[in-house]
Design a protein around this ligand. Sequence first.
Ligand code: NAD
Length: 398
Amino acid sequence: MKILVTGGAGFIGSAVIRHIIDNTQDSVVNLDKLTYAGNLESLTEVSDNERYAFEQVDICNRAELDRVFKEHQPDAIMHLAAESHVDRSIDGPAEFIETNIVGTYTLLEAARAYWDELNSERKQAFRFHHISTDEVYGDLPHPNDEDSNAIDGQDLPLFTETTAYAPSSPYSASKASSDHLVRAWLRTYGFPTLITNCSNNYGPFHFPEKLIPLVILNALEGKPLPIYGKGDQIRDWLYVEDHARALYKVVTEGKIGETYNIGGHSEKQNIEVVETICAILDELRPRETATSQAPHSDDEVIASNNEVIENVPPVIASAAKQSTASSYKSLITYVTDRPGHDRRYAIDASKIANELNWHPEETFESGIRKTVQWYLDNQQWCKNVQDGSYQRERLGAL
Ligand code: NAD
């Protein structure tokens, strides 16, 4: 079959495309606007494959979408194109409303018009898979909450497919809106949709504004490793290649009208994530003593904007103090928390396990080690992102 993947030059979309080209006989049309987050260098290994095609198109552009549907005649759509960075959504929500809501609406309408014209056999087989986030559910009780009776996070609730929506940020609100549109198109027009909501992804080709690649690359450059607030926010981490396998299972085997939650069974506090990366780097790429200057004194923790953060919880502050100057941990720097920051996300992925027999293959420990090693082995990809030269690929793509 031929699958149209929107946002295929992004972090997860490129993993999906590599997975499809490497492991199936299906063809892929990658439809991507190439915003700052779109990087064709993440697709170098598949770009010459005859089953791969690229279209530089904005999902808000109806005429261009109509043209692409007519020319490529896809059998299914995997919709990943989005503005995806929470911090950017707080600084400037407009693009999130435009791409995530108006763009999803425009894509739904173009896809529905195309689907309407298909012969009955192809119409029956067609599917529109919308990729969304667990952030639409808001946040969950945290083991550190005063009213929590949980011991070590046991017995705390998880997000299920029926959890009520309660988004906190402009990003998650825009994704929640797009989920509602997709469900409404199913219910009102009988348009065959599926939705997946996943937890935080990590792995190769991740844009360095996100926590894990930012920490790896900053550490290698001896720069501060910024941690929001106390660093005790909990996220469930999902290795991107496990996610790509799950998404392909859903688009090919999932039941129309269903929602599937996808998670990695890996709840970690942000500080644990950062300390784990530091420990792996200490082992794989020990710091040179000459560059091992701690970014803060023993008595205070200074944010990257030179603001002194007070009231850092003693246990975390002392962990930073204990780290030797030659460990990457000494670069950890606490910065003012993000407004409205959700405390805990955690996914119950039993539905996709039971119904589609999908299970993550990586534990956090194995996946994070692979990820750190990938960043060490792919410095050129990182350098091209950091100096902006990856964006020159766009000109070649036009
Ligand atoms: P990303 O930011 O890395 O990639 C997004 C891609 O969409 C980029 O290639 C960008 O160029 C493209 N794009 C943006 N606006 C567009 C537009 N108007 N028209 C066409 N293309 C456009 O994002 P990601 O991390 O790969 O996330 C992919 C999807 O998965 C998103 O929908 C996101 O909400 C969802 N998601 C991501 C995570 C995560 O941890 N990364 C977690 C849950 C859900």
